[in-house]
Design a protein around this ligand. Structure first.
Ligand code: XMP
Length: 517
C-alpha cells in the first residue's frame, strides 16, 4: 500500500487515482493520523498531498521529522513538499509572490530520479504563495521555476523526494511519469494492482467474510450495484439472491438489461418485483419535486423490505439464514464520510437505513476500495454487458424527477420515447463517453403552440440537458454538434406524439443543478 496523506485540499483523491493508474494500490489517510499509526500500516511509500494552507498559517498542519526517519520512501507535493522542507531543516519563505496555474518548470538535474528522461523545460501546474528557498541538508535541487527557486528536490539515499508543482493534474505535462518514477525507481515498487488481481482479491475477501451464509443484493440497474452483485456472485454463487424492484421509472430497455442481460452474463438468481402500479398510485396528483423524491424513496424501501423478508423466509424454509446485504459503496464515499482511516468497521453490525430491526444484515461492500473507473474495469473483467458497465449516471428516483408536473403512465411513455431517441443519436455520434450524462426532461405542465402536418398542435416541450463533468459537483453544458442536436430534435418531434418542441439547456452547474427537479 502507498499512503496518500490528505492535507485537506481536493487533490488527495486525484493522487490516489493516479497512483492506481500506475498499478500500485493506494489509500488516503487524513493528516491528523499519528505518524506511528501510518507506519503501523506498513506502507511501501507515502505521498504528502497539497493543501489549502500556507505552512505559516496559524492552523497549518505540521509534519514532524519522524515520518522522514522511518526509512519509508516519501514524496511531498506542493504543501506536502513545503512541510517536508521545513521538517527537515530547509527554508520556506513567505514571499507573498503567488504562482498559480500553468507555469514553466526548468529541470536542473536531468538524471534525477523524478525527472529522468523528461524534457528540461516542462509546463506544470503550480498553486502556491510560499516558496522553498533553501533545500534541507543532504538534498539536491532538481528543478526551479521563476518564483520557486527550489521547485523540486531529492535525497536519493534517504529515498525522500519533493516537488512544488502538482504532478497529479493533467495540466502537468510529465506528471504521471514523475509519479511513476517515484513509485518504481524511488520506492522500488512493481506495478501489480491490476483489474484481474482486484477481482481475485475481492472474491477471496467476500468468501472469507460470508462463509456459507446467504446474501441478498438490491439491483437498481446502475453500474455499482451490478458490479457489486457480479463480484459476490463470482465469490459465493447461489448463496446470493438479487432483488430488482421495477418501479416503472427506468428508461427504455433498462429493466430488460437487468432481467435478461445481467442474468445471462452472471447466472445470478433474481427476484423481480413489478411495482409499477404501486408507484404510479403513490405519485398520483403530486407535482412537487421534494414530495416526489420522498414518495419514491419511501415506496422503494417498503417494497424492497417486503421482498427481502420473502427471500429470508424462503431461505429459512430450507434451513438457511440470510445474514448479509450487498451495498455498492465506492471509495470516494468512504473517504468523504471519514471512514477511510480504518478497515475495522467494515465488518461491524449495521442496521441498514430504513430496514426494520428484525431484518438485520451485515454489510458486504466489495467496491469499498474502488474508484468509479476501477469499478467499470472490474465490471468488464467480470464480463458484464457494455450497456451496464458504461451506463451514465441516472438518479435513483428515475424518470419521476424528469417530468416537471405530475407523473402519469402516459407521460412516462412519452419521456421514455424521447429519451431513447436522444440516447440512440448520441451513441450513434460516438459521444457517449464525452458527455457525463444527458437528462431528457418533459415539461408536462408547459404547453406551446406548434404546427405539424397542416394542423395546429398544442403540445409539450422536452429539454435536452447534456453536461460534461468530472464528479457531478460542478458541470458545464456540453457543446454538442449542431447536426446531432438537429437529428435529435427532428426525430423527437416526428416520432413522439404530443411533443412539438425540443429545447437545449445551456446552464452550467452552479447555478443550475444537472437534474431539473
Ligand atoms: P444534481 O441534479 O444534484 O445531480 O446536479 C447530480 C448528480 O446526481 C444524480 N442525482 C441523483 N442520484 N439519487 C441518485 O442516486 C438521486 O436522488 C439523485 N438526484 C440527482 C444526477 O443524475 C447527477 O448525476
Amino acid at each position: 500500500t502507498v499512503l496518500v496523506v490528505d492535507f485537506g485540499a481536493q487533490y488527495a483523491q486525484l493522487i490516489a487515482r493516479r497512483v492506481r493508474e500506475a498499478r500500485v494500490y493506494s489509500e488516503i489517510v487524513p493528516h491528523s493520523m499519528p505518524v506511528s499509526e501510518m507506519l503501523a500500516r506498513n506502507p511501501k511509500a507515502i505521498i504528502l498531498s497539497g493543501g489549502p494552507a500556507s505552512v505559516y498559517a496559524d492552523d497549518a498542519p505540521a509534519m514532524g521529522p519522524e515520518l522522514f526517519q522511518a526509512g519509508v520512501p516519501v514524496l511531498g507535493i506542493c504543501y506536502g513538499f513545503q512541510a517536508m522542507a521545513l521538517a527537515l531543516g530547509g527554508t520556506v519563505a513567505n514571499t507573498g509572490q503567488r504562482e498559480y496555474g500553468r507555469t514553466a518548470l526548468t529541470v536542473t538535474r536531468g538524471g534525477s530520479t523524478l525527472f529522468q528522461g523528461t524534457p528540461e523545460e516542462q509546463s506544470v501546474w503550480m498553486s502556491h504563495g510560499d516558496a522553498c528557498t533553501v533545500a534541507p541538508e543532504g538534498f539536491v535541487v532538481t528543478a526551479t521555476s521563476e518564483r520557486a527557486p527550489v521547485a523540486a528536490f531529492e535525497n536519493d539515499e534517504a529515498r525522500l523526494y519533493g516537488t512544488q508543482h502538482h504532478p497529479e493534474v493533467m495540466h502537468s505535462s510529465h506528471g504521471q511519469q514523475l509519479l511513476e518514477h517515484f513509485l518504481y525507481r524511488g520506492a522500488g515498487l512493481t506495478p501489480s494492482w491490476t483489474t484481474q488481481n482486484v477481482v481475485e482479491e475481492s472474491v477471496r475477501a467476500v468468501r472469507a467474510q460470508v462463509g456459507d451464509k446467504r446474501v441478498i443484493c438490491g439491483l437498481s440497474g446502475g453500474v455499482d450495484s451490478a458490479v457489486a452483485a457480479a463480484l459476490v456472485q463470482r465469490a459465493v454463487g447461489d448463496q446470493l439472491t438479487c432483488v430488482f424492484v421495477d418501479h416503472g421509472l427506468l428508461r427504455e430497455g433498462e429493466p430488460q438489461q437487468v432481467e435478461k442481460d445481467f442474468v445471462a452474463a452472471t447466472g445470478v438468481q433474481l427476484k423481480v418485483v413489478d411495482a409499477q402500479q404501486r408507484f404510479l398510485t403513490a405519485l398520483a396528483g403530486v407535482s412537487d419535486p421534494e414530495q416526489k423524491r420522498k414518495i419514491i424513496g419511501r415506496e422503494f424501501i417498503r417494497v424492497f423490505e417486503q421482498a427481502a423478508a420473502e427471500v429470508v423466509a424462503e431461505a429459512g424454509a430450507h434451513g438457511a439464514q440470510v445474514e448479509y446485504l450487498v451495498q455498492g459503496t465506492l471509495y470516494p464515499d468512504v473517504v468523504e464520510s471519514g471512514g477511510g482511516t480504518g478497515t475495522a468497521n467494515i465488518k461491524s453490525h449495521h442496521n441498514v437505513g430504513g430496514l426494520p430491526d428484525d431484518l438485520q444484515f451485515q454489510l458486504v461492500e466489495p467496491l469499498r476500495r474502488l474508484f468509479k473507473d476501477e469499478v467499470r474495469k472490474v465490471g468488464e473483467e467480470l464480463g458484464l454487458p457494455a450497456e451496464i458497465v458504461w451506463r451514465q449516471p441516472f438518479p435513483g428516483p428515475g424518470l419521476g424527477i424528469r417530468i416537471v408536473g405530475e407523473v402519469t403512465a402516459e407521460r412516462l411513455e412519452l419521456l421514455r420515447k424521447a429519451d431513447a431517441i436522444a440516447r440512440e443519436e448520441l451513441t450513434r455520434a460516438g459521444l457517449d463517453r464525452d458527455i457525463w450524462q444527458c437528462p431528457v426532461v418533459l415539461l408536462a405542465d408547459v404547453r406551446s403552440v406548434g404546427v405539424q402536418g397542416d394542423a395546429r398542435t398544442y403540445g409539450h416541450p422536452v429539454v435536452l440537458r447534456p453536461v460534461s463533468s468530472e464528479d457531478a459537483m460542478t458541470a458545464d453544458w456540453s457543446r454538442l454538434p449542431y447536426d446531432v442536436l438537429a437529428r435529435i430534435s427532428t426525430r423527437i418531434t416526428n416520432e413522439v406524439p404530443q411533443v412539438n418542441r425540443v429545447v437545449l439547456d445551456v446552464t452550467s452547474k452552479p447555478p443550475g443543478t444537472i437534474e431539473w427537479e
